[in-house]
Design a protein around this ligand. Structure first.
Ligand code: DUC
Ligand code: ZN
Ligand code: ZN
Length: 487
């Protein structure tokens, strides 16, 4: 008699490579058997007519974080990760965000303290470096990477967090030495601030001008520059939240030349457009994010880029700000687009929106849905094989989907602390009705059952993606020919 704690029985299991009918058995926190007619467990979930898919892995979420514009976001770890679990995402990679002059070690400790207290799903941390001094890179970074923080995030724009080209290169080299991965918000800062100043001077203040403020070219240019840096020092990079066809094309071109560059896009760039910014009064501020929302033709190009493997996965870039004087309207009731906090909530609805867009609408199969929302980010960030798949030995992080359930989204149906959702009014098909995290039923028929602090930290070694190609750029060989060593 097998000693299973939980058996999910009679469902259709989906992984990134196959869809098949099977029971899934769990002992303790792990998946221990996948097959038909498994022996009874102490508890059972009847999954007939349901899909049994891995819990989502959202590798880009801002939680209890002071933004690059200096605004505190609206969620605590408890509210963000509670909403995440309700939407089927059982692993979140969020940020320990350094601001200038701060010790990185201290910053990481502080975010762990917040997460330990509140998190409901399992979490890992990317380290945002806003001040990559020699002390930070040489003394603080190595032990932090060794203790499981194997990815670094850099911003090429935003007043409080941007790094310049030399700092970016210094950080890429340090990441290379420590075998860490570097993720980058790639937009040209000068272009953005120049455009913003001229627009506001001429009286263009409404939310819709945010899209003009961040022109498409500022993404194209910054991604190109980042790829050149990655090539120069042979350090893999991940481009965050690619929003344009041209941005994806730059990545494709760089990958074609053997540069190790990867790309993420986000739910909002696949499911919303710039037209959502155009609303009466200040309402459009709810849709202000950076990069801005783009065109339907960009959505098509981003799906294609995912299909071709130029981009590898889809995150939420969850960055919630309330539509009041604590968040979006912090500068007053009628701010210019420049004064509005950038970002929108997205942790809870990432999986349901993408399931609807991909599977329910018949555009892609379940395998691609699982790959882009769970398996690929887990592999990319060193969480595989523990997270991102239904496989023996993996953590039992599982969503039981009702593929036919229709939900009309409203501000009242979401559970984060933003107070609104950019998707209100939309009806979508498919919902993760029950969610298991490390063997525990954390969502039971749409109700949250887990307590704050029950998620755990996931220390990571950098994944395969972080390994350099081993090919230094010709500039390095040339330097050597002249008798110089650059590193
Ligand atoms: N832009 C960012 O760079 N981060 C958070 C959200 C956003 O819109
Ligand atoms: Zn960003
Ligand atoms: Zn972000």
């Amino acid at each position: 008699m097998a000693d299973y704690d939980l058996v999910i029985r009679g469902g259709t299991v989906g992984t990134a490579s196959a869809v098949f009918d099977a029971d899934v058995a769990i002992a303790g926190e792990s998946i221990v058997a996948v097959g038909r007619g498994l022996p009874a467990g102490k508890r059972e979930i009847d999954a007939r007519g349901r899909l049994v898919l891995p819990g989502g892995v959202d590798a880009h979420a801002h939680i209890e974080q002071l933004s690059g514009m200096g605004v505190m976001n609206a969620d605590t770890f408890e509210t963000a990760t509670g909403s995440s679990a309700l939407g089927g995402t059982t692993t979140v990679v969020c940020f320990a965000a350094q601001h200038k002059g701060k010790s990185l070690t201290r910053v990481v400790e502080d975010y762990h303290a917040l997460a330990r207290k509140g998190t409901i799903v399992d979490y890992a941390l990317h380290m945002i470096l806003a001040d990559p001094t020699e002390t930070v890179l040489k003394e603080e970074l190595p032990p932090l990477v060794k203790s499981g923080h194997a990815s670094i995030k850099l911003f090429m724009t935003y007043q409080h967090t941007k790094v310049d080209d030399e700092q970016l290169l210094d950080t890429l080299i340090a990441a290379r030495e420590n075998k860490a991965l570097v993720c980058v918000h790639a937009e040209n800062n000068g272009m953005i601030s120049w455009m913003g100043r001229r627009l506001v001077e001429r009286g263009y203040r409404a939310p819709q001008y945010h899209a003009v403020h961040h022109p498409r070219l500022c993404e194209t240019e910054a991604i190109y520059r980042l790829c050149a840096f990655a090539e120069l020092v042979d350090q893999p990079v991940i481009v965050y939240h690619v929003s344009t066809a041209e941005g994806a094309a730059v990545i494709r071109d760089a990958r074609g030349r053997g540069i190790k560059v990867f790309g993420e896009t986000c739910t909002q760039y696949l499911t919303l457009t710039v037209d959502d910014l155009v609303k009466p009064g200040i309402e459009g501020a709810k849709w202000i994010c950076s990069p801005p929302l783009r065109q339907v033709s960009d959505q098509e190009a981003l799906w294609k880029a995912l299909e071709l493997g130029d981009l590898q996965f889809v995150s939420s870039d969850h960055a919630p700000y309330r539509f009041d004087d604590t968040g979006k309207l912090r500068a007053g009731p009628d701010p210019s687009f420049k004064e509005v906090a950038n970002g929108m909530p997205g942790l809870e609805l990432r999986l349901p929106l993408l399931f609807d867009a991909m599977v329910a609408k018949g555009r892609y199969g379940i395998e691609k849905f699982v790959e882009w929302t769970a398996s690929a980010p887990a592999r990319m960030y060193g969480l595989h094989p523990r997270k991102g798949s239904i496989a023996i030995g993996a953590d039992a992080d599982i969503c039981i989907w009702d593929p036919k359930r229709r939900t009309t989204i409203s501000d009242a149906t979401v559970h984060d602390n933003a107070g609104y959702t950019p998707y209100a009014g939309r009806t979508i098909e498919g919902w993760p009705v029950s969610v298991v995290r490390r063997g525990e039923i954390v969502v039971d028929d749409g109700k949250l059952k887990a307590s704050a602090g029950s998620g755990v930290f996931l220390p990571r070694e950098a994944g395969e993606a972080a390994v350099p190609t081993g090919r230094l750029s010709p500039e390095f060989d040339e330097a050597r020919n002249f008798g110089a060593r650059l590193y």
